[in-house]
Design a protein around this ligand. Structure first.
Ligand SMILES: Nc1ncnc2c1ncn2[C@@H]1O[C@H](COP(=O)(O)OP(=O)(O)OP(=O)(O)O)[C@@H](O)[C@H]1O
Ligand SMILES: [Mg+2]
Length: 258
């Protein structure tokens, strides 16, 4: 459904991605991890066609995202929900208007009352009821994040891309977001691609983990296999972000956050 084939991307003299290939399994959660500045956010933007690769191709639902016509791109994007790293909310709108925005764009057939009902449902889901008419500028950082999440899932997309859904959230809210991801995957069969710095949370929610480092996918596989990787780059990264047993360990001995 989502496939990156021999993708390279540079900005000026900076090569961010150097011939990476990755297949995102349908109906499962894939996490992309790696040090800051390794191209995780760039990878998500390539997937939705906001950036074009210099070489290689990104195919979503069979469509070559860099070469697709506007109409085709629109049809693919309808099937995606995306939470950007910075939230990307419009401060000039109310919370409700922000969340309803993709609905207005992609489902013009809905009435205002139908839209409001859907928005209220999603606000319940992210545990932020009663803020529909609040000005977006008045929200706290964690609340903004949850509003961004509600907006990403408002159209009930088949694929949800989350760039750091947990960053800046308190542990309770962060756990609630992780639980939401697991529930949506199980109940609605949603395919998730999640970028996260929260390694323990990632291990708990991801079916597959890909690690980017130095412009390459240095490791990629099912989570239990990934955490046992003997690749020194992976071990170094995991050990810096987790207290791990020495060397490739048993996944059951990993610290459980929740
Ligand atoms: N539009 C752009 N123009 C120029 N450089 C860019 C652009 N987008 C990203 N970069 C550069 O590409 C590199 C990778 O950026 P990216 O945002 O993908 O990192 P990241 O892995 O998401 O990091 P973080 O964990 O800090 O969010 C960075 O050096 C960044 O400065
Ligand atoms: Mg990023």
């Amino acid at each position: 459904m989502i496939e990156l084939k021999h993708v390279s991307k540079s900005f000026g003299s900076l090569t961010v991605l150097d011939d990476i290939s990755l297949t995102i399994p349908h109906g499962e959660t894939t996490a992309i991890i790696g040090p800051s500045g390794t191209g995780k956010s760039v990878t998500l933007k390539l997937i939705v066609g906001l950036l074009a690769p210099d070489a290689g191709e990104v195919r979503c639902f069979g469509v070559d995202m860099a070469r697709a016509r506007e109409r085709e791109l629109y049809r693919v994007r309808r099937r995606f929900g995306m939470l950007f790293q910075d939230g990307a909310l419009f401060d000039s709108m109310t919370v409700g208007e922000n969340i309803a925005f993709p609905l207005v764009h992609h489902h013009p057939e809905l009435t205002a009352a139908q839209r409001r009902k859907k928005v209220e449902e999603k606000l319940e889901l992210v545990e932020l009821p009663g803020v529909y008419d609040r000005p977006t500028a008045a929200l706290s950082g964690g609340q903004r994040k949850r509003v961004g999440l509600a907006r990403a899932i408002i159209t009930e997309p088949e694929v949800v891309l989350f760039d750091e859904p947990n960053s800046g959230l308190d542990p309770l809210t962060s756990n609630a977001i992780d639980a939401l991801i697991v529930r949506m995957k199980e109940v609605m069969g949603v395919t998730f691609v999640v970028i996260s710095h929260d390694i323990v949370g990632t291990i708990n929610i991801a079916d597959h983990i890909a690690m980017l480092s130095g412009g390459k996918v240095v490791e990629w596989g099912p989570t239990p296999q990934f955490v046992r990787s003997s690749n020194p780059i992976v071990r170094g990264f995991l050990e810096r972000n987790l207290v791990l047993p020495e060397g490739p360990g048993d996944v059951t001995s990993l610290p459980q956050a929740r």
